[in-house]
Structures are given as C-alpha cells and as structure tokens.
Design a protein around this ligand. Structure first.
Ligand code: ITT
Length: 200
C-alpha cells in the first residue's frame, strides 16, 4: 500500500522531533525539508504568526505532492510589548544561534523584576495541499522568563521559559512533558484530531 505523504515544512530539527511524536500512528509517511533542499527557502515577511504560517505552508505545497504542514511560532514577552514575536528565530541577527537570542533577551530584561516577566509561546500550524489552504490551528502557553538559563532539553528559548505549574523551565522537561503543555503540542493535537476526523 502507498502511504499518504506529509511534509513537515521546517528546517528546525527541534520542531521536527516534537511534531513527529505528536503525529505518530496516523499512517503518514512523514518527511521534512532536510530531504528536499531543492525546494529552496521561504522568506518570512509577515507581521503575524498566522500570515507566516500560511505563507510558508502554501509556498512548499506548490512543490510537494502531498499534505504540507508548516508552523510559525515564537515567544512574546509582555515587558517588551510582545517582542521577539515573529522575529524570535532571528532576534539577535539573521543567523543568530539560540544562545545569542537568549543573551539578547536577558540583556533587554535585566532591570525587569521577576513579577513582571510574563511571556507566552505561540504556535500557528497550517495544513495545505497542491497550493490550497486547508486549515490553521493555534496553540499557546503562558510562563515567565527567568534570569539564568536552566536545563538542557528542547531548543530555542526553552532554558529561560519557566512554567510555574511544573516549577521547571521547558528545557528541564522531557519531550513528552513539553508536548503535553506546549503551544506546539496544543496546536498539533487540534490538527491531529482534524486529520483523524476529516482526512481518511
Ligand atoms: P522554520 O521556519 O524552518 O520552521 P524557524 O526556527 O526559523 O524554523 P520560526 O520562524 O517559526 O521557525 O521561529 C521560531 C522560533 O521561535 C524558534 O527558532 C525559537 O527561537 C522560538 N521558539 C518557537 N517554539 C519554541 C519552543 O517550543 N521552544 C523554544 N523556542 C521556541
């Protein structure tokens, strides 16, 4: 039997790891952009996660014969009026590393007291096929930015994103624990339900 194909349209290995776990068992052959360097790179120019997520997914779905799932995500910090937001990946510069982004964030927050360090992660995941939009799904999670990175798991801003109900940063959680509560886990479980119900 030929398996249904689904492209995870991302170059971020942390995202691929987490999303593959959530979509396990649906019967799709799941691929990522690492296998399709010839597809090129989508330039994110949108002002919202929704816009970038849709744009990214539609861009790759014109090249791939199957379902395409792209997601745009990021961190919004209240004391910084929502920054880094859609610029989370390139906050400290176009090719910034996770450490450089975290350093910039902590520098900007250095005079902000603990009680004013609220933040949220947001994820918008979009399904497309043959250049057509199917549906977008959103998830978010609230936490606080701590002054000293803690933990070695996850990626991006996880070491400084503290989740009060578990008294841990996201980088101190296992992949399963993070998926249970994260913005990505929440958006992707909605998407999974949609696929189970409407995509036979
Ligand atoms: P693709 O566009 O190829 O998917 P990207 O990393 O550039 O990869 P985004 O433009 O969506 O993806 O930027 C997301 C950034 O937001 C990511 O690089 C992290 O810096 C941050 N981020 C998103 N989700 C996160 C998470 O679960 N944990 C930590 N940081 C996260």
């Amino acid at each position: 039997m030929i398996k249904k194909r689904l492209l995870l349209a991302t170059t971020n290995r942390g995202k691929v790891r987490e999303i593959k776990k959530i979509l396990r068992g649906l019967g799709f052959k799941i691929e990522s952009l690492a296998e399709y360097p010839e597809f090129g790179t989508f330039k994110e120019r949108g002002k919202t996660f929704e816009e970038n997520s849709r744009g990214k997914s539609l861009f790759y779905s014109q090249k791939y014969p199957g379902l395409v799932l792209a997601e745009d995500s990021g961190l919004e910090v209240e004391a910084l009026c929502g920054k880094p937001g859609v610029r989370s990946a390139r906050f400290a510069g176009p090719k910034a590393t996770d450490n450089q982004n975290i350093s910039k964030l902590l520098r900007l927050l250095r005079y902000i007291p603990p009680e004013k360090r609220q933040a949220r992660f947001v994820c918008v995941a979009t399904l497309t096929q043959n250049g057509r939009l199917i549906k977008s799904f959103k998830g978010q999670v609230r936490g606080k930015i701590i002054a000293t990175p803690l933990g070695r798991n996850g990626f991006g801003y996880d070491p400084v994103f503290y989740y009060p109900p578990l008294r841990k940063t996201f980088a101190q959680l296992t992949a399963e624990e993070k998926n249970n509560i994260s913005h990505r886990g929440r958006a992707l479980r909605k998407l999974r339900k949609f696929l189970e119900k409407s995509w036979k």
